[in-house]
Design a protein around this ligand. Structure first.
Ligand code: C5P
Length: 223
């Protein structure tokens, strides 16, 4: 298994999917889990300050996540919500929702089950998130922590949003990225940080393909 953590805009999702393909492994996007729960919270009209209601919903919500890197489906009550969970409403609400300890408890347990199933099936799995190396799978044989400068991350997020037809500017992307980093890295429950034994890779000056080559090499070394 490969644990791939880091803040948004570091290329994590693209890198994780491509690396999973290259290693013929499964792929788990834990951010999509927090996003789908956030969408359910928004649809239920729950106040973002109501941790109790958010925690209760996280226990009951019916969602499914595909682990095929070619088709990482995301479904909420059977409905395909892969595009909606990347939209501005969910992006604006996901960090406070994922700071709720009960949400993390439910989702981390589910992530551990998916990882255990993949390992039992004798296949590998590339898992991306914020707390994989520190909390979800601290025994992972390979932990990567991707970083990039704030300028580069905002520019990448802006390009992604524009390509998906979402209104965006470098300034608004930068604000959004910095706001999420702030909440994600200061929350009490498993904050965003590199595990002590993670290999840190700064992607600011690297292409996606250069990152993949470097990580595939590391994965071959560690199994
Ligand atoms: O990776 P992505 O940008 O889709 O993640 C969305 C949000 O989900 C993050 O900003 C963070 O608040 C939360 N998250 C988390 N723990 C993870 C993955 C994502 O708290 N393992």
């Amino acid at each position: 298994m490969v644990a791939l953590d880091g803040p948004s805009g570091t290329g994590k999702t693209t890198v994780a999917r491509k690396l999973a393909r290259r290693l013929s492994a499964r792929y788990l996007d834990t951010g999509a889990m927090y996003r789908v729960v956030t969408l359910a919270v928004l649809r239920a009209g729950i106040d973002l300050a109501d941790e109790h209601a958010i925690g209760a919903l996280a226990h009951d919500v019916d969602f499914a996540l595909g682990t095929d890197p070619e088709r990482p489906d995301v479904r909420l009550h059977g409905e395909d919500v892969a595009a909606e969970i990347r939209g501005p409403e969910v992006t604006g609400a996901v960090s406070p929702v994922s700071a709720v300890p009960q949400v993390r408890e439910v989702l981390v347990a589910r992530q551990r089950r998916i990882i255990a199933d993949a390992i039992e099936d004798d296949g590998g799995i590339v898992v991306e998130g914020r707390d994989i190396g520190t909390t979800v799978a601290p025994d992972s044989p390979l932990k990567i922590y991707l970083t990039a400068s704030a300028e580069v991350r905002a520019a990448r997020r802006n390009t992604q949003d524009s390509a998906a037809g979402r209104a965006s500017s470098v300034e608004s992307a930068r604000e959004s990225v910095e706001r999420r980093d702030r909440i994600d890295s200061t929350r009490a429950a498993s904050p965003l940080r590199a595990a002590g034994d993670a290999v840190q890779v700064d992607t600011s000056e690297l292409t996606i393909d250069q990152v993949i080559v470097a990580l595939a090499e590391l994965a071959r070394g560690r199994g």
